[in-house]
Design a protein around this ligand. Structure first.
Ligand code: TRP
Length: 336
């Protein structure tokens, strides 16, 4: 059997945080070292455009996301690392498949439905207020990302499963009309990937404004960690590690033996201040080397660009050939 293709996109909005790292980046990078699959990782900057209309921020976020993945050791020889907007075959495919995509399917997308509900709740007369065509068609572009490289497996968070299922539906419909062309993709949700709690104890997420960015300088990292919400137990009183954001974060990073030791100290009544200091020291030591690498990369955007261009070149070896076949399948081809 030929190698499976694993593909996932990273929307370039905002600065990567600890939650992104343990939930998505770390498992993907670990997988990039095993040569037994073809892996494709890309910056979904066209998707970022849907929500971000500040050009400087969009550009900065692409640099930050790319630098983060590289600093954390993504193996760009074993995996193909590129930027969506460098692959013109993707938007081309997006248009082609939109012709076999029912509008009704898009009506059912969670993100679109949520926008409509918000409008209805706020008493707006237009249920589509603030909904762009790009927001509405978001799953079609994502489908093109996936089908362009015939991905078998698509690692995503829970919120994206529906989109991968739509990609599967659309691929099936295309194959039905035009003949076997696309592999039917499958979402993979890593049940073991940690979901990290943020500063306020809710899931760490940009939309809750409770994140700890991955590569803050030491001092700022310490400050943020000191802000993590704890309860009012005094030093000396036993703490419950399983109901404790500090422990949750520590556990996501530390080796098992260190985690066990930290657990013991909390149970024995270590004060919150000391616990925070310990978490800070652990994280700071863990992040020191990639943080230095990240700073180097941010200071040398030309190098990051070069890496992305090399990735795009490899990706296009596949996509230019495949789009030719797709065009032919639908009847867009030279006349004579
Ligand atoms: N929509 C995904 C997210 O928000 C990012 C993404 C874009 C993606 N294209 C993709 C993920 C293709 C997997 C496959 O997380």
């Amino acid at each position: 059997m030929s190698k499976q293709t694993v593909l996932t996109g990273i929307t370039t909005t905002g600065t990567p945080h600890l939650g992104n790292y343990v939930g998505a980046i770390r498992p993907a990078i670990a997988a990039s070292y095993t040569g037994d699959v073809n892996s494709y990782y890309f910056l979904a900057d066209y998707h970022a455009l849907v929500k971000n209309q500040d050009p400087a921020r969009l550009k900065q976020s692409s640099l930050e996301v790319a630098a983060t993945w590289l600093a954390l050791g993504l193996d760009t020889d074993k995996s193909v690392f590129y930027r969506q907007s460098d692959i013109p075959e993707i938007p081309e495919l997006s248009w082609i498949i939109s012709s076999v995509t029912a509008k009704g399917l898009m009506n059912r997308a969670h993100a679109y439905k949520a926008a409509v509900h918000d409008n209805e709740d706020s008493g707006s007369r237009d249920p589509d207020k603030g909904v762009s065509m790009a927001l509405f068609g978001y799953p079609v572009l994502m489908t093109a990302d996936i089908l362009m490289f015939n991905a078998n497996k698509v690692p995503v968070g829970k919120d994206q499963i529906q989109h991968v299922e739509m990609a599967r539906d659309i691929a099936q419909r295309f194959n039905h009309i035009y003949g076997e062309t696309f592999v039917l993709p499958e979402a993979v949700v890593d049940k073991h990937a940690a979901v990290l709690a943020g500063l306020d104890g809710r899931k760490m997420s940009k939309s809750y404004n409770n994140t700890i960015p991955l590569f803050e300088p030491s001092k700022k990292l310490r400050k943020l960690i000191m802000k993590i919400k704890t309860n009012s137990l005094e030093p000396g009183e036993p703490k419950d590690p399983d109901d404790c954001t500090l422990f949750d974060i520590y556990k996501a990073f530390a080796a098992e033996s260190d985690t066990a030791a930290f657990r013991q100290k909390l149970v024995k009544g270590m004060g919150w201040g000391d616990a925070k200091q310990e978490l800070f020291e652990y994280l700071d030591a863990h992040l020191e080397a990639p943080r230095a690498e990240y700073a180097k990369l941010i200071a040398d955007p030309g190098h990051v660009e070069l890496v992305l261009q090399q990735g795009a070149e490899r990706a296009r070896e596949y996509s230019t050939d495949f789009i030719g076949k797709i065009r032919k399948a639908v009847g867009i081809q030279p006349l004579g």
